[in-house]
Design a protein around this ligand. Structure first.
Ligand code: ASP
Ligand code: MG
Length: 477
């Protein structure tokens, strides 16, 4: 029943497709990715990341400029330029693409980086980093245009869509503005030239990761932010055209796996997952999606598909592979996946020192906010409170001193958080019994359950984490 409602009017469905760094990392990858767009006329907008490794290289370039290492900065610039020249040459062996746009951006990049040396501010970092996406978009757009005469490729700079605040390097999008920009700048490009007679399909290609503040300065959404860009764009489109119902994230893995394949051998891919489960997974360290990606989609009927751009025959494989993230699922309560987060620190506050317990947590949270600590889990009793967060072992002693004004403080680290994620997992019969049987003999430091119906998490010593996750995977997944 619910699936049926998702599939009605499927022919009117419009898609935003995002291609990550490895999907545009070489000439072959770019051509393969562009063919996915050519083969699916439902794709109206394409969001492209920088080519693999480029944002790291640009960060190095920025650091070299910042510390006045001019000659090393020059070699870094040349390395980045040459890597893209090579991709362009390699594409040209297959198809003759137009290079003018790409060369323009490469020279703009050169003129820009030459302007800066030493003591640079974060806005300059975002400006330098933005060239990764700007160059890859230019290459992708030219390639796509050359592959099909049925498509009319248009480039719209993401700064004309993604409006953000001024928090350079981790900017926050302003959704109301994005909705307006989408309506004024993006939708007209998608809709013009879509002519029934000549069957031309307009495809707009834009940069992931970058945006602009209201002053028109370039900002970025934080590392890995292209997924988030794509989600913000489809959300903006959906507000004006409800047919924008599918976001495709093309990557280099076969979808979302039951756990990290680097830790467990026989993982398999999940074909379908609820958006809430996927959000838990994204936050808990499954590195497939940027953690914020699903937030703009949480209250609308937009599904996400995660596929591998390296599949040989996308049409055929797409039907059987990859992961759909949906808002409505038919499946009964079940256990779907495991996530592991190392380097967890637990702070326990006990023997509260202030006589009144009112406002105790408010004080604690304001101190945590001051130290920019984001809590993952919390458990509390009448006389003590423990919370976990991700940290390196060097805990800030000022934080501990401040907390000590309110309570006795105990810090434990080298812990791992294992999360069991599933559809209404807390309703799976005897779920805790099943888990605890497998964990027999291990010391469990804390259990977190109940806040979300999709997640049961527990803390154990880091040294047992891999062993436990393998046991759980073979017994309950
Ligand atoms: N190119 C950016 C990065 O490497 C954004 C992205 O790839 O999503 O962080
Ligand atoms: Mg990514």
């Amino acid at each position: 029943m619910t699936n049926y409602s998702i599939n009605i009017n499927i022919t009117d469905e419009k898609i935003v497709a995002k291609f990550g760094g490895t999907s545009v990392g070489t000439a072959e990858a770019i051509i393969r990715s562009a063919k996915i767009v050519v083969n699916n006329s439902k794709i109206k907008v394409v969001v492209v990341s920088a080519t693999a490794g480029t944002t790291n290289a640009l960060t190095e370039l920025f650091n070299l400029l910042n510390t006045s290492q001019t000659s090393q900065a020059k070699s870094k610039f040349l390395e980045i330029k040459e890597r893209h020249q090579k991709i362009i040459e390699d594409i040209s062996k297959h198809i003759s693409i137009k290079k003018k746009e790409i060369q323009n951006i490469l020279s703009e990049f050169e003129q820009t980086y030459l302007k800066y040396e030493s003591n640079l501010t974060p806005d300059i970092k975002d400006l330098i980093l933005s060239f990764g996406e700007r160059i890859s978009v230019a290459i992708f757009a030219s390639t796509l245009q050359e592959l099909s005469t049925k498509i009319k490729v248009k480039h719209l700079l993401a700064t004309k869509i993604i409006c953000t605040d001024e928090n350079f390097t981790e900017a926050n999008p302003i959704s109301e503005k994005i909705s307006i920009y989408v309506k004024e700048n993006l939708l007209p490009l998608i809709n013009e030239d879509n002519n029934e007679n000549n069957k031309t399909n307009s495809v707009v290609v834009t940069e992931g990761f970058i945006g602009s503040n209201e002053k028109g300065e370039i900002t970025t959404l934080g590392r890995g932010g292209s997924d988030y860009s794509a989600a913000l764009i489809i959300r903006g489109l959906y507000e004006h055209d409800k047919n924008f119902r599918l976001l495709e994230i093309w990557t280099d893995v076969d979808g979302i796996a039951t756990t990290d394949p680097k830790i467990v051998n026989n993982v398999h891919n999940i074909s379908e997952v609820h958006i809430n489960e996927a959000a838990e997974l994204a936050f808990l360290g499954a590195k497939i999606l940027h953690p914020l990606t699903l937030i703009p989609l949480s209250d609308v009927n937009i599904s996400v598909y995660v596929g591998n751009s390296f599949w040989s025959d996308n049409e055929k494989e797409r039907a059987t592979k990859g992961t759909f993230i949906r808002k409505e699922l038919n499946s009964p309560p079940l256990i779907r996946a495991l996530a592991l987060r190392n380097s967890q620190t637990v702070i326990t506050l006990s023997r509260v020192k202030k006589p009144s317990s009112y406002g105790f947590l408010a004080h604690v949270f304001s101190i945590l906010t001051k130290y920019k600590i984001s809590i993952d889990n919390i458990t509390t009793s009448e006389i003590s409170t423990s919370f976990t967060y991700y940290d390196n072992p060097n805990i800030d002693t000022n934080l501990i001193n401040e907390l000590s004004k309110y309570a006795d403080v105990k810090v434990e680290n080298s812990l791992s958080l294992i999360s069991i994620i599933g559809h209404k997992i807390t309703k799976v019969p005897d779920i805790l019994l099943k888990i605890f049987k497998i964990l027999e003999g291990y010391h469990i430091r804390a259990v977190f359950m109940g806040a979300s119906e999709n997640n049961i998490s527990f803390l154990i010593s880091e040294k047992h984490a891999v062993e436990i996750i393998n046991k759980l995977h073979s017994r309950i997944i």
